[in-house]
Design a protein around this ligand. Structure first.
Ligand code: ZN
Length: 140
């Protein structure tokens, strides 16, 4: 993947942006390590196992915290492996995935076309229609 980030553009140069929507912490940490190594901006997204919440996060090396700077609660508590329930598909509420995908696309267009204000971390709670927006600081 490192090679793809460094030479994957149409001109064989570095790409403009990494977008991700993976389903686990270790995959995010792999993307995080590569983006940090090559100084690549990364737009991360995710939906909770219950599909009742989600987020997008914009990670700018040297400007925002990286994905490792603030571990998700389930990872910090060591319960990530216990969240997944056998036989339960996380895509059971596809509207949440659609909403988060829409925010990821909107942020991508704002970044690439240089308009509006980017939310570095935008979280959505589907049960209460609550949104929060904040910036994750670099953890020294
Ligand atoms: Zn970090």
């Amino acid at each position: 993947m490192k090679n793809r980030v460094e030479t994957g553009s149409l001109t064989n140069g570095p790409i403009d942006l990494v977008l991700s929507c993976v389903d686990n912490y270790s995959a995010r940490m792999t993307v995080n390590a590569i983006c940090n190594r090559v100084n690549q901006i990364w737009f991360e997204s995710g939906v909770s196992e219950s599909a009742l919440s989600g987020h997008i996060q914009i990670l700018v090396p040297g400007e925002t915290g990286c994905f490792g700077c603030a571990s998700p609660l389930a990872v910090a508590e060591g319960t990530e492996g216990t969240i997944k329930r056998e036989g339960v598909c996380a895509a059971s509420l596809p509207t949440t995935m659609g909403i988060i995908a829409g925010f990821l696309c909107q942020a991508t267009l704002k970044f690439l076309l240089n308009f509006g204000t980017l939310s570095y971390c935008l979280s959505y709670n589907a049960q209460s229609d609550f949104f929060s927006s904040y910036k994750i600081a670099i953890n020294p």
